[in-house]
Design a protein around this ligand. Structure first.
Ligand code: CU
Length: 171
């Protein structure tokens, strides 16, 4: 069977496009550290979030394991980020966030970083982020959660190492 030269050419071009699209989708889904909210953080009773050991006190704590320098517990609720308004962390630190919601699905996005996660009632979201650039970072909700969604904002300050006064320090 004779296939016309142009037909072969178009067939090849279409094949390149299809492979290209699939490669883009695969890279976007798995290549840049993007993952679904998993159950690593465990579950929690959304009606009694402060009964959970991670959420008895919100804010920055000493880390329990060696995976991070500090832990930060944040309760995202309509329409505030309890424990992250503001949250101060030292430069060059690795922070594991534990985030949960007692009401509806929220988002937790640290502006100007690639840290962005979903916060689901009944679930503890665990996310580890390294901060090496001192400055002020806004935190916003990236999931529409109701009438005050656009006002839901927190603040994360990465304090230069020489100004860091330690946990509960006055820096
Ligand atoms: Cu929201």
């Amino acid at each position: 069977m004779e296939i016309h030269r142009y037909e072969k050419l178009w067939f090849g071009a279409a094949l390149v496009l299809i492979v290209g699209f699939i490669a883009t989708v695969v890279y976007g889904a798995a290549g840049v550290g993007i993952s679904m909210v998993d159950d690593d953080g465990g579950t929690i009773d959304p009606n009694n979030v402060t009964d959970h050991p991670k959420f008895e006190q919100t804010g920055l704590h000493e880390a329990e394991g060696d995976d991070a320098d500090y832990e930060a517990s944040v309760i995202a609720r309509r329409f505030i980020f309890q424990g992250a308004d503001p949250l101060e962390v030292p430069e060059n630190s690795v922070i594991t966030f534990y985030i949960t919601s007692p009401d509806v699905v929220h988002g937790f996005k640290i502006v100007d970083t690639n840290a962005n996660t979903m916060v689901i009632p009944g679930q503890v979201t665990e996310m580890t982020v390294e901060f090496d650039e001192p400055g002020e970072y806004g935190i916003l909700c990236s999931e529409f959660c109701g009438a005050g969604h656009e006002n839901m904002a927190g603040q994360l300050t990465v304090v230069p190492e020489e100004e860091w006064g330690g946990l509960g320090g006055d820096s």
